[in-house]
Ligand binder design. Structure first.
Ligand code: TLP
Length: 345
């Protein structure tokens, strides 16, 4: 039997032997007491990398986003987000439960929007309206297709939010991909934001964990909320060691993942009944559309699974593939062959 090639997400990676060694050798302590030296080192490293006063290890990207939203808002506040944004659509409705906030959405261009759209979405000070408090920007934008959010849009949006008294949070689950693709540093991208959450467990290849960064006061609030939701863990230096290893060794190599996605997109563009524009693939995520075929995306996904290729159908006609550490250029060729075979039938 062939090895399974898994393009469902960059979350499916397993730690490399070198990462496992770093984890095995980690110095650990009780992090709830603030005594895990490896967690403390990771938090300092992430804060420095993102140019913020402080950072905190959290269990997941969801926890990073949601605790940040909670720390910025009061119940009844309004949060502005792009309509396909992860924090609103794919985090179990937790902003309603944990923060009691509501969302106003902006239709983006593959996830990207501009300052005029933000200005139009901000409510005036009027008792009829919720208080517009926070803008969330996702970089790269997952449902947009791994889109890099241009820094100049972010700067213009910051001018509006500063003038209108709103805060800004970046869902940087894949910020590293945006940095590698654009040449903008993590610090430059983070600077206009009041808070940033970044994931260790996506393209960086760690088994778990995300970081939230911001001012010392903000991180203190997030720390309290992390405890409230049961996210205070003990000897997690083992996970932090994976994070330190990944930040040192797995950022620059993402350029390879971007080339794998591009290669796959070009191959897909030549397959019958598939719609994709390879020029739109900027990082490690691609979407293709199978609406000209007689089968649904789920049926195509099931047929590919029988050929040991896994993809992620996200609607009746749309399929997502994500390149990562555990798929090779040869795997891209094998997957394309399998997809071509399935689409022919
Ligand atoms: N995204 C996952 C799934 O939830 C779809 C994936 O496979 O892409 N922000 C963004 C932009 C994300 O893509 C994700 C995860 C998260 C936040 C949440 O991270 P986790 O899964 O660690 O809670």
């Amino acid at each position: 039997m062939n090895r399974l090639i898994d393009f469902r997400s960059d979350t499916v990676t397993r730690p490399t032997p070198e990462m496992r060694k770093a984890m095995f050798e980690a110095q650990v302590g009780d992090d709830v007491l603030g005594e895990d030296p490896t967690v403390n080192a990771l938090q300092e490293k992430a804060a420095a990398l993102l140019g913020k006063e402080a950072a905190l290890f959290v269990a997941s990207g969801t926890m990073g986003n949601q605790l940040s939203i909670k720390a910025h808002t009061q119940p009844g506040d309004d949060v502005i987000i792009e309509e396909g944004g992860h924090a609103m659509n794919f985090e179990g409705g937790s902003s309603a439960v944990l923060s009691g906030v509501q969302y106003s959405t902006i239709p983006g261009n593959r996830g990207v929007f501009d300052a005029e759209q933000v200005e139009a979405a901000i409510h005036n000070d009027d008792v009829h309206f919720p208080v517009s408090r926070l803008v969330v920007i996702e970089n790269t934008h997952n449902r947009g297709g791994g889109t890099v959010f241009p820094l100049k849009n972010i700067h213009r949006i910051r001018e509006v939010t500063t003038r209108r008294g709103l805060r800004m949070h970046m869902d940087g689950a894949r910020l590293w991909n945006a940095c590698v693709a654009s040449g903008v540093s993590p610090k430059e991208y983070a600077a206009p934001f009041d808070s940033v959450s970044v994931c260790l467990s996506k393209g960086l290849g760690c088994p778990a964990g995300s970081m939230v960064a911001g001012s010392r006061d903000f991180i203190k609030r997030v720390h309290r909320f992390r405890k409230m939701v049961g996210g205070g863990m003990r000897q997690i230096g083992f996970l932090a060691a994976a994070g330190i290893y990944a930040l040192d060794h797995h950022i620059d190599r993402m350029e390879e993942d971007h080339r794998k996605a591009k290669k796959m997109a070009r191959g897909l563009a030549g397959i019958k009944n598939i719609i994709i524009n390879p020029d739109e693939v900027e990082t490690n995520i691609l979407f293709f559309d199978v609406s000209p075929a007689e089968r649904t995306a789920h049926e195509v996904g099931a047929a590919l699974r029988e050929k040991d290729v896994r993809v992620h159908p996200t609607s009746k006609t749309r399929i997502r593939c994500v390149a990562h550490l555990d798929v090779s250029f040869d795997d891209v060729d094998r997957a394309l062959e399998a997809i071509e075979g399935v689409m022919k039938r």
